[in-house]
Design a protein around this ligand. Structure first.
Ligand code: C5J
Length: 219
């Protein structure tokens, strides 16, 4: 398929669609993202594209992985350096309009309804930005013989980029859907897309959703 910096050879039986942290706490008003002073409408804007890619990917019979950033209720997996950083109006573990911020099982921790996981899809709860750190993701991918990861989700320069770099170091071929990812800072998204694909795809590939969907069987 057409991609940057050059064509990507999608191998669907060995590929997983990885949707990063499309959680109410990041995407919806009243969540953690907004408490940090961010405009969540930029993240909401990618929902129709993500939903269309997810529907096409599922219809093609390929596997889906969802990730959620969050912590145990006792916050034992949340380093103080993460909880105490900055001056947000709500800290991780505090109670806000969507329950305790970034705590597993709270309303804000849930994936937005438009992209809710279905039976047979893997959900990875992660305490860090990268989805491989302190999670069973690598083992689950190896069990299924997955070698390619197609990424969507938020935010482009934080959890998406961190996970894509972790995956690249582990030997996965990584493609990021450019209109299926968003940042609170458009200039950070643009810079991330550029740096991932620079130097002959030093971290991986980037392509628009339409190119990916056109590549899927039945389209
Ligand atoms: C952030 C994320 N931005 N999912 N998390 O803190 O990118």
């Amino acid at each position: 398929m057409k991609a940057l910096p050059f064509e990507f050879a999608l191998d669907l039986p060995r590929a997983a669609l990885v949707i990063i942290d499309m959680q109410r706490d990041f995407v919806e008003p009243g969540g953690f993202g907004e408490s940090l002073g961010n405009d969540v409408t930029r993240l909401q804007a990618i929902l129709p594209t993500c939903a269309a890619v997810l529907a096409a990917w599922r219809a093609a019979g390929a596997w889906v992985v969802h990730t959620r950033e969050g912590h145990l209720p006792d916050l034992s997996d949340c380093p103080p350096a993460k909880r105490l950083r900055g001056r947000p109006s709500l800290r991780i573990g505090d109670t806000g309009p969507m329950g305790r911020v970034l705590v597993i099982g709270e309303p804000g921790h849930a994936i937005v309804p438009e992209l809710a996981p279905v039976d047979g899809e893997l959900v990875i709860d992660k305490p860090g930005k990268g989805a491989f750190h302190a999670t069973p993701l690598q083992a689950r991918l190896q069990e299924r013989g997955i070698t390619q990861l197609v990424f969507m989700g938020v935010t482009t320069e934080v959890c998406v980029q961190t996970t894509m770099r972790e995956a690249n170091d582990r030997g996965y071929e990584c493609l990021l859907v450019e209109d299926g990812t968003a940042s609170y800072f458009p200039e950070f998204k643009a810079a991330t897309l550029a740096m991932l694909t620079a130097q002959g795809g030093i971290v991986g590939w980037v392509a628009p959703a339409a190119e990916l969907v056109a590549e899927l069987p039945g389209r």
